[in-house]
Ligand binder design. Sequence first.
Ligand code: SAM
Length: 261
Amino acid sequence: MKAKKSLGQNFLIDDNIIQKIAKEIPAFSNDLILEIGPGRGALTKHLTSKDTNYLAFEIDQDLKPILTTYENDKAHIIYEDILKADLNKYLRAITYNKLYIVGNLPYYITTPILEKIIASNLVLESLIIMVQKEVGLRFMAQPNSKDYGYFTLYLKYFYDIEKVCDVSRKAFWPVPKVESMVLKLSPRKNKINLDIEEYQQFLKTCFKQKRKTLKNNLQAYDWPKINAILMVNNYTENVRAEELPENILIEIFKNLKKEEI
Ligand code: SAM
Protein backbone atom coordinates (compact mmCIF):
# COMPACT_ATOMS: atom_id res chain seq x y z
CA MET A 1 0.00 0.00 0.00
CA LYS A 2 1.29 3.47 -0.93
CA ALA A 3 1.61 6.24 1.66
CA LYS A 4 -0.69 9.18 0.86
CA LYS A 5 1.28 12.39 0.87
CA SER A 6 -1.90 14.44 0.82
CA LEU A 7 -2.85 12.97 4.24
CA GLY A 8 0.59 13.56 5.74
CA GLN A 9 1.29 9.84 5.86
CA ASN A 10 4.82 9.35 7.15
CA PHE A 11 4.63 6.20 9.22
CA LEU A 12 6.84 5.65 12.25
CA ILE A 13 9.21 2.72 11.78
CA ASP A 14 11.75 3.34 14.57
CA ASP A 15 10.89 1.01 17.43
CA ASN A 16 12.96 2.99 19.90
CA ILE A 17 10.86 6.13 19.30
CA ILE A 18 7.62 4.13 19.37
CA GLN A 19 8.61 2.71 22.79
CA LYS A 20 9.53 6.17 24.10
CA ILE A 21 6.09 7.52 23.15
CA ALA A 22 4.25 4.50 24.60
CA LYS A 23 6.20 4.90 27.86
CA GLU A 24 4.83 8.43 28.25
CA ILE A 25 1.32 7.02 28.58
CA PRO A 26 1.05 5.18 31.89
CA ALA A 27 -2.63 4.35 31.35
CA PHE A 28 -4.48 1.86 33.52
CA SER A 29 -7.41 -0.33 32.50
CA ASN A 30 -10.00 2.29 33.46
CA ASP A 31 -8.25 5.12 31.58
CA LEU A 32 -8.77 6.16 27.98
CA ILE A 33 -6.19 6.70 25.26
CA LEU A 34 -7.34 8.74 22.29
CA GLU A 35 -5.06 8.40 19.28
CA ILE A 36 -5.16 10.82 16.36
CA GLY A 37 -4.23 9.28 13.01
CA PRO A 38 -3.20 5.71 13.93
CA GLY A 39 -2.02 5.06 10.36
CA ARG A 40 -0.69 1.52 10.05
CA GLY A 41 -0.80 1.03 13.80
CA ALA A 42 2.82 1.64 14.77
CA LEU A 43 1.69 3.11 18.10
CA THR A 44 -1.72 1.46 18.15
CA LYS A 45 -0.12 -1.95 18.57
CA HIS A 46 1.46 -0.86 21.88
CA LEU A 47 -1.41 1.29 23.10
CA THR A 48 -4.09 -1.36 22.62
CA SER A 49 -1.96 -4.00 24.37
CA LYS A 50 -2.31 -2.05 27.65
CA ASP A 51 -5.85 -3.34 28.33
CA THR A 52 -7.00 0.27 28.56
CA ASN A 53 -9.91 1.95 26.78
CA TYR A 54 -8.72 3.10 23.37
CA LEU A 55 -10.36 5.29 20.73
CA ALA A 56 -8.77 6.50 17.50
CA PHE A 57 -9.73 8.82 14.66
CA GLU A 58 -8.31 7.94 11.27
CA ILE A 59 -9.40 9.72 8.10
CA ASP A 60 -8.14 7.07 5.67
CA GLN A 61 -10.59 4.17 5.23
CA ASP A 62 -7.99 2.25 3.19
CA LEU A 63 -6.14 1.55 6.45
CA LYS A 64 -9.11 -0.37 7.81
CA PRO A 65 -7.83 -3.89 6.98
CA ILE A 66 -4.66 -3.23 9.03
CA LEU A 67 -6.27 -1.31 11.87
CA THR A 68 -9.18 -3.71 12.38
CA THR A 69 -6.73 -6.21 13.80
CA TYR A 70 -6.19 -3.94 16.82
CA GLU A 71 -9.87 -3.47 17.64
CA ASN A 72 -11.48 -5.26 20.56
CA ASP A 73 -14.17 -4.68 23.21
CA LYS A 74 -12.27 -1.71 24.61
CA ALA A 75 -10.53 -0.48 21.46
CA HIS A 76 -12.40 1.24 18.63
CA ILE A 77 -11.36 3.13 15.54
CA ILE A 78 -13.56 5.82 14.02
CA TYR A 79 -12.97 6.63 10.37
CA GLU A 80 -13.58 10.33 10.54
CA ASP A 81 -11.71 13.61 10.12
CA ILE A 82 -10.55 14.56 13.64
CA LEU A 83 -11.16 18.21 12.82
CA LYS A 84 -14.83 17.54 12.09
CA ALA A 85 -15.50 14.92 14.77
CA ASP A 86 -17.62 15.79 17.80
CA LEU A 87 -15.04 14.66 20.36
CA ASN A 88 -17.24 15.32 23.38
CA LYS A 89 -20.00 13.16 21.93
CA TYR A 90 -17.68 10.18 21.52
CA LEU A 91 -16.04 10.65 24.90
CA ARG A 92 -19.35 10.95 26.72
CA ALA A 93 -20.18 7.44 25.54
CA ILE A 94 -17.17 5.97 27.35
CA THR A 95 -16.68 5.69 31.10
CA TYR A 96 -13.08 6.38 31.97
CA ASN A 97 -10.83 7.88 34.61
CA LYS A 98 -7.85 9.66 33.03
CA LEU A 99 -7.68 10.76 29.41
CA TYR A 100 -4.46 10.66 27.39
CA ILE A 101 -4.31 12.00 23.84
CA VAL A 102 -1.54 10.86 21.56
CA GLY A 103 -0.77 11.49 17.93
CA ASN A 104 1.89 11.44 15.29
CA LEU A 105 -0.05 14.18 13.56
CA PRO A 106 -0.05 15.24 9.96
CA TYR A 107 2.05 18.38 10.37
CA TYR A 108 -0.15 20.68 8.31
CA ILE A 109 -2.95 20.29 10.86
CA THR A 110 -0.93 20.47 14.09
CA THR A 111 -2.27 23.91 15.05
CA PRO A 112 -5.94 23.28 14.11
CA ILE A 113 -5.88 20.02 16.10
CA LEU A 114 -4.47 21.75 19.16
CA GLU A 115 -7.03 24.54 18.80
CA LYS A 116 -9.75 21.93 18.56
CA ILE A 117 -8.56 20.08 21.67
CA ILE A 118 -8.43 23.36 23.59
CA ALA A 119 -11.88 24.40 22.34
CA SER A 120 -13.34 21.01 23.32
CA ASN A 121 -12.56 21.73 27.00
CA LEU A 122 -11.51 18.14 27.63
CA VAL A 123 -10.18 17.21 31.04
CA LEU A 124 -6.83 15.77 30.04
CA GLU A 125 -4.02 13.99 31.83
CA SER A 126 -1.54 14.71 29.05
CA LEU A 127 -1.15 15.13 25.33
CA ILE A 128 1.79 13.46 23.59
CA ILE A 129 2.36 14.71 20.08
CA MET A 130 4.90 14.41 17.32
CA VAL A 131 5.50 17.77 15.67
CA GLN A 132 7.83 19.25 13.11
CA LYS A 133 11.01 20.33 14.95
CA GLU A 134 10.65 24.04 14.07
CA VAL A 135 7.07 24.00 15.33
CA GLY A 136 8.12 22.30 18.57
CA LEU A 137 10.77 24.97 19.13
CA ARG A 138 8.11 27.64 18.61
CA PHE A 139 5.79 25.98 21.12
CA MET A 140 8.52 25.83 23.78
CA ALA A 141 10.18 29.16 22.99
CA GLN A 142 11.32 31.57 25.70
CA PRO A 143 11.28 35.38 25.50
CA ASN A 144 14.01 37.00 23.38
CA SER A 145 14.06 34.22 20.81
CA LYS A 146 12.81 34.46 17.25
CA ASP A 147 10.42 31.56 17.86
CA TYR A 148 8.59 33.26 20.74
CA GLY A 149 5.23 34.57 19.62
CA TYR A 150 1.48 34.67 19.96
CA PHE A 151 0.93 30.90 19.70
CA THR A 152 3.73 30.14 22.21
CA LEU A 153 1.90 32.20 24.82
CA TYR A 154 -1.53 30.96 23.84
CA LEU A 155 -0.45 27.31 24.33
CA LYS A 156 1.46 28.18 27.49
CA TYR A 157 -1.74 29.50 29.00
CA PHE A 158 -3.16 25.96 28.91
CA TYR A 159 -0.17 23.62 29.09
CA ASP A 160 3.25 23.02 30.55
CA ILE A 161 5.25 21.79 27.60
CA GLU A 162 8.30 19.55 27.67
CA LYS A 163 10.30 17.78 25.00
CA VAL A 164 10.20 13.99 25.16
CA CYS A 165 12.78 13.43 22.41
CA ASP A 166 14.09 14.57 19.05
CA VAL A 167 13.15 12.36 16.13
CA SER A 168 15.30 11.92 13.03
CA ARG A 169 13.72 11.97 9.57
CA LYS A 170 14.92 8.38 9.22
CA ALA A 171 12.47 7.24 11.90
CA PHE A 172 9.70 7.43 9.26
CA TRP A 173 8.69 5.81 6.04
CA PRO A 174 8.55 7.52 3.62
CA VAL A 175 11.38 9.74 4.87
CA PRO A 176 10.02 13.29 5.26
CA LYS A 177 11.97 16.46 4.44
CA VAL A 178 11.87 17.78 8.02
CA GLU A 179 13.16 16.72 11.44
CA SER A 180 10.63 16.12 14.22
CA MET A 181 10.27 16.05 17.98
CA VAL A 182 7.88 14.53 20.47
CA LEU A 183 6.32 16.89 23.00
CA LYS A 184 4.40 16.27 26.17
CA LEU A 185 1.73 18.85 27.02
CA SER A 186 0.35 18.69 30.56
CA PRO A 187 -2.55 20.92 31.62
CA ARG A 188 -1.23 23.72 33.80
CA LYS A 189 -2.07 23.27 37.43
CA ASN A 190 -1.73 26.97 38.27
CA LYS A 191 -3.79 28.20 35.32
CA ILE A 192 -4.64 31.88 35.65
CA ASN A 193 -8.29 32.76 35.36
CA LEU A 194 -8.70 35.06 32.35
CA ASP A 195 -11.22 35.69 29.61
CA ILE A 196 -9.31 33.56 27.13
CA GLU A 197 -10.91 35.02 24.01
CA GLU A 198 -9.96 38.54 25.07
CA TYR A 199 -6.48 37.43 26.12
CA GLN A 200 -6.00 35.65 22.78
CA GLN A 201 -7.00 38.82 20.92
CA PHE A 202 -4.67 40.89 23.10
CA LEU A 203 -1.73 38.53 22.40
CA LYS A 204 -2.40 38.64 18.67
CA THR A 205 -2.32 42.44 18.78
CA CYS A 206 0.89 42.51 20.85
CA PHE A 207 2.64 40.37 18.22
CA LYS A 208 0.85 41.81 15.16
CA GLN A 209 4.07 43.18 13.70
CA LYS A 210 6.85 41.31 15.48
CA ARG A 211 9.64 43.74 14.63
CA LYS A 212 7.67 46.72 15.91
CA THR A 213 7.63 47.90 19.51
CA LEU A 214 4.82 46.99 21.87
CA LYS A 215 3.84 50.68 21.87
CA ASN A 216 3.41 50.60 18.11
CA ASN A 217 1.32 47.44 18.15
CA LEU A 218 -0.82 48.61 21.06
CA GLN A 219 -1.54 52.07 19.69
CA ALA A 220 -5.24 51.72 20.35
CA TYR A 221 -4.72 51.12 24.08
CA ASP A 222 -4.05 53.25 27.14
CA TRP A 223 -0.28 53.58 26.74
CA PRO A 224 0.48 55.45 30.01
CA LYS A 225 -1.11 52.59 31.91
CA ILE A 226 0.92 49.98 30.01
CA ASN A 227 4.07 52.05 30.32
CA ALA A 228 3.70 52.29 34.09
CA ILE A 229 3.75 48.48 34.33
CA LEU A 230 6.79 48.31 32.04
CA MET A 231 8.71 50.90 34.09
CA VAL A 232 8.02 49.14 37.40
CA ASN A 233 9.38 45.96 35.85
CA ASN A 234 12.48 47.64 34.39
CA TYR A 235 11.50 47.58 30.74
CA THR A 236 11.85 50.62 28.46
CA GLU A 237 9.20 52.21 26.26
CA ASN A 238 10.86 50.62 23.24
CA VAL A 239 10.36 47.06 24.36
CA ARG A 240 8.97 44.54 21.88
CA ALA A 241 6.40 41.90 22.82
CA GLU A 242 8.93 39.15 22.10
CA GLU A 243 11.06 40.41 25.01
CA LEU A 244 8.27 40.13 27.58
CA PRO A 245 7.59 37.03 29.68
CA GLU A 246 4.08 35.77 30.23
CA ASN A 247 3.62 37.29 33.69
CA ILE A 248 4.25 40.84 32.42
CA LEU A 249 1.93 40.43 29.43
CA ILE A 250 -0.77 39.09 31.75
CA GLU A 251 -0.25 41.97 34.16
CA ILE A 252 -0.67 44.46 31.30
CA PHE A 253 -3.73 42.59 30.01
CA LYS A 254 -5.39 42.53 33.43
CA ASN A 255 -4.82 46.23 33.94
CA LEU A 256 -6.38 47.29 30.66
CA LYS A 257 -10.08 47.97 30.77
CA LYS A 258 -12.27 45.32 29.16
CA GLU A 259 -13.50 47.71 26.48
CA GLU A 260 -9.90 48.42 25.46
CA ILE A 261 -9.20 44.82 24.41
N1 SAM B 1 0.39 7.20 13.80
C1 SAM B 1 0.92 6.58 12.60
C2 SAM B 1 2.40 6.37 12.74
O1 SAM B 1 2.98 6.94 13.66
O2 SAM B 1 2.98 5.63 11.95
C3 SAM B 1 0.60 7.44 11.37
C4 SAM B 1 1.18 8.82 11.36
S1 SAM B 1 0.91 9.74 9.90
C5 SAM B 1 2.09 11.02 10.13
C6 SAM B 1 -0.59 10.63 10.16
C7 SAM B 1 -1.86 9.82 10.12
O3 SAM B 1 -2.97 10.71 10.32
C8 SAM B 1 -2.15 9.12 8.81
O4 SAM B 1 -2.56 7.81 9.04
C9 SAM B 1 -3.27 9.93 8.16
O5 SAM B 1 -4.10 9.16 7.30
C10 SAM B 1 -4.02 10.43 9.38
N2 SAM B 1 -4.77 11.68 9.16
C11 SAM B 1 -4.49 12.68 8.32
N3 SAM B 1 -5.39 13.67 8.42
C12 SAM B 1 -6.28 13.27 9.38
C13 SAM B 1 -7.46 13.85 9.92
N4 SAM B 1 -7.89 15.07 9.54
N5 SAM B 1 -8.16 13.16 10.86
C14 SAM B 1 -7.72 11.93 11.26
N6 SAM B 1 -6.62 11.33 10.76
C15 SAM B 1 -5.90 11.98 9.84
